[in-house]
Design a protein around this ligand. Structure first.
Ligand SMILES: Cc1cc2nc3c(=O)[nH]c(=O)nc-3n(C[C@H](O)[C@H](O)[C@H](O)COP(=O)(O)OP(=O)(O)OC[C@H]3O[C@@H](n4cnc5c(N)ncnc54)[C@H](O)[C@@H]3O)c2cc1C
Length: 477
């Protein structure tokens, strides 16, 4: 599906909104079976809400029912209970990356700290880290105080290396964050301690250890959010894709296949789908990352690999592997390679990638050879939003009545939750510590127009693939 906001005839807050009349281009909308999109989306009974029919009016319309949209709606209602909020989700709550991710609640911002520092400088990298630490703590507190049913476990996070070059790079990165940036909450564990936690013949040397982080079931979390925001008065419409947006009499008119919403303000919480909006289309590209899932480990298999602390683990490749245990002791393993599409659509066909799935399955046996013969039960993928400078961005899309969020890459389960609070402040036009964060209303370096946009993204991924292939022991298939 593609729709475009064309022209920039109207203004708000003195700046063009990019929306004029009802000039909208609409492409076919692909409705999909959400239970096929990830294992997590099958782990609980879920009944989607009715789609939008007829006319609805509200103060704020939130587009997108992932963590960003859900938490924005929540924090808007917490800040101003009388505010009337409607949330439109094109498929079902948690259909996007929020219901498909690996469920790491972690402090990564974009990629690694040194890349953030290269782009934004050391001071802003420290600021980004403080923001993500606050996000991780916030999510943990919300899970407890709101009793969000999501199998949250406070396991901590390990960053490991699988070859000598990566061990050197990881140690250098650790030196950089602890000595140069002065971050206090990241620790180093030696080889012996690492192996006593998680036994793998592939691990090289010691590891990065962050006790602050946790793991959870992301689809359960997204669906629990719906159960929290509806009693607060948020109206949630599912299977209600926004297909047209226009301005009428100083308000927005948001059209879905069977209805429309009149709203004073709009939040575009569409992340990887943001390229469907003309105003945002060159700020990011959707990039697909993939996951495979094993059957539950038996006691012997689990004992052989250790991992009693159930830590979330990433390796230090450019195209990382990420893995963890589920509540019933399956291994979720994702990463290895990514895929990119040409043009501004977000095709569902990209959610499957047999080549990457096969690679991940053989990679798991390199990390844990004792699991030879284990069965894989699920495989899936999903799009994340990747700006050219690999960092999140949010702010006003022109006028102060249109707020956007994108650039939530493979590390934004918790970040999106604090972003929801920041977005609420932006909608309410509050000048707060959060809205003054450097990546709010930042200049996002645009990708060039197609075909160079895809070529640029593919070149970056190609470089990472080549660099990984030079050093590590995973034979790239
Ligand atoms: C396979 C995978 C593994 C990942 N692992 C991790 C991890 O372990 N830890 C971590 O921190 N991050 C991880 N991430 C990233 C994380 O999931 C995302 O950064 C985060 O979920 C983004 O949330 P969001 O709400 O901004 O976007 P999304 O969850 O993608 O939500 C956007 C929503 O907008 C809806 N939408 C789009 N267009 C329209 C429209 N026209 N009308 C109405 N609705 C629309 C979509 O259907 C979708 O539900 C992973 C991502 C993937 C794909």
């Amino acid at each position: 599906m593609v729709f475009e906001l064309t022209g920039n005839g109207s203004t708000c807050g003195g700046r063009p909104t990019g929306i004029k009349g009802a000039k909208v281009k609409v492409k076919k909308i692909e409705q999909q079976d959400f239970r096929e999109k990830s294992y997590w989306l099958t782990t609980r009974h879920y009944t989607p809400n009715e789609n939008l029919k007829g006319e609805v009016t509200c103060d704020v319309a939130v587009i997108g029912g992932g963590f960003t949209g859900l938490s924005s709606a929540y924090f808007l209602k917490k800040a101003q209970p009388e505010i009337d909020v409607a949330l439109l989700e094109g498929q079902v709550i948690g259909f996007g990356a929020s219901g498909r991710n690996a469920g790491f609640s972690m402090t990564k911002f974009g990629l690694i700290h040194s890349i953030t520092a290269f782009r934004f400088g050391n001071q802003k990298t420290v600021e980004a880290h403080e923001y993500t630490c606050r996000a991780v703590d916030l999510l943990r507190d919300l899970v407890t105080t709101l009793d969000l049913d999501c199998d949250y476990q406070h396991t901590g996070f390990l960053e490991v290396s699988t070859c000598k070059v990566h061990q050197k790079r990881l140690a250098r990165e650790f030196e950089f964050v602890t000595k140069k940036l002065g971050l206090k909450d990241i620790f180093w564990i030696d080889e012996q301690e690492l192996q006593s936690r998680v036994a793998s013949p592939l691990y090289e040397g010691g590891a990065w250890w962050e006790p602050r982080c946790g793991i959870l079931n992301p689809a359960k979390l997204a669906w629990s959010w719906k159960e929290v925001i509806e009693p607060l008065g948020v109206r949630v419409f599912e299977n209600s894709p926004l297909i047209e947006i226009a301005r009428e009499g100083g308000r927005f008119r948001l059209v879905t296949p069977e209805g429309h919403v009149r709203a004073n303000k709009v939040v575009l919480a569409t992340n990887a789908w943001s390229s469907l909006f003309a105003k945002l289309k060159r700020k990011q590209v959707p990039v697909w990352t993939y996951i495979v899932l094993t059957e539950p480990l038996n006691e012997r298999q689990h004992e052989e690999i250790g991992w009693q602390g159930r830590e979330g683990i990433e390796d230090f490749r450019d195209l990382v592997h990420y893995y963890r245990l589920t509540a019933d002791n399956r291994i979720v393993l994702g990463g290895r390679d990514v895929d990119i599409t040409f043009g501004y659509d977000v095709p569902a066909a990209k959610d499957q990638n047999p080549k990457v799935f096969d690679g991940l399955k053989s990679d798991l046996l390199q990390v844990f050879p004792s699991l030879q013969g284990i069965a894989f039960t699920h495989q899936w993928g999903g799009p994340v939003s990747v700006p050219l400078d690999m960092a999140p961005a949010m702010g006003y899309a022109g006028g102060k009545d249109l707020v956007y969020s994108l650039g939530c890459m493979g590390h934004a389960v918790s970040l999106t939750h604090l972003n929801g609070m920041t977005i609420a402040d932006l909608v309410l036009e509050r000048d707060t510590e959060l809205t003054r964060t450097f990546f709010v209303n930042r200049r996002v370096i645009p990708y060039p127009p197609e075909p160079f946009r895809t070529a640029t993204a593919k070149a970056i991924a190609g470089y990472m693939r080549w660099d990984d292939g030079r050093h590590d022991k995973f034979s790239m298939k």
